[in-house]
Design a protein around this ligand. Structure first.
Ligand code: DAT
Ligand code: MG
Length: 218
């Protein structure tokens, strides 16, 4: 290793000690479940390192091994709640092996929906979409697991139920695009944005599933 002048060496050691302290503090806050404080400690770090949506690189508390995981937002829309499909939809995600880390039932405000569906504002069906989505309660959830974003999109099926494969949620429970039962984030970035929109950090739980070594290599 190239030797540095003594003053520089001290500066370098101080920097390393400072980095070590920050990392230790962040990990302590993270494992104590204080995600808000963790976020504030992390502000200034590259966004990719913060990944509220992605648990990749987290270490399992029980095994101490790194696990590769993502999070996604799944919402059961008013038609799914009215038709009492909540249990069957949750069951599909549970039996696939994903982990529920947040869930609530709520009536959605137009303000939240307009942010959620901001890309669709210019579509002709947008007003009726808002009307339908605010017509009754929704059940919104965050699911975690290996490749949960792309897998849950496949489980949910094509946007238009007429095109959706049998075996998918939309293919089994719906017939028309305006009443397609469920929402699933379509990308990691979308999932991150939507989870932050619908949930506060303290509403999401980091917990270890007793079967996680049976569903995924960690
Ligand atoms: P997805 O929900 O599969 O991500 P999207 O983001 O394109 O699909 O659209 C959001 C929702 O808008 C969709 O679940 C149902 C509604 N929607 C889309 N296209 C529609 C259409 N042509 N007519 C009525 N509603 C539509
Ligand atoms: Mg979409």
């Amino acid at each position: 290793m190239t030797s540095l002048p003594e003053g520089w060496q001290n500066t370098r050691q101080n920097m390393i000690m400072l980095q070590h302290c920050i990392l230790k503090r962040v990990l302590q806050q993270f494992y104590s479940g204080n995600q808000e404080t963790t976020k504030s400690l992390l502000s200034g770090f590259p966004a990719a390192l913060q990944h509220g949506h992605r648990a990749a690189g987290h270490r399992s508390k029980s095994t101490g091994l790194p696990g590769e995981s993502e999070r996604t937002l799944i919402a059961i829309k008013p038609d799914g709640v009215q038709r009492r499909l909540v249990g069957q939809i949750i069951q599909r995600f549970e039996q696939r092996g994903f982990k529920l880390v947040g869930m609530k039932m709520m009536k959605v405000s137009e303000d939240l929906l307009s942010q959620h569906y901001c890309e669709l504002r210019t579509k002709p069906f947008y007003p009726s979409l808002l009307h339908y989505m605010t017509s009754g309660p929704v059940v919104v959830m965050v699911w975690e697991g290996h490749k949960v974003v792309q897998t849950s999109r496949k489980m949910v099926g094509h946007t238009n139920p007429a095109e959706a494969q049998a075996g998918t949620v939309r293919g089994d429970f719906s017939i028309h695009v305006s009443r397609n039962v469920v929402h699933a984030s379509d990308s990691l970035e979308g999932a991150q944005r939507e989870i932050q929109l619908w949930f506060q950090g303290k509403e999401l739980l980091n917990w270890d599933c007793c079967d996680q070594t049976s569903t995924c290599e960690v």
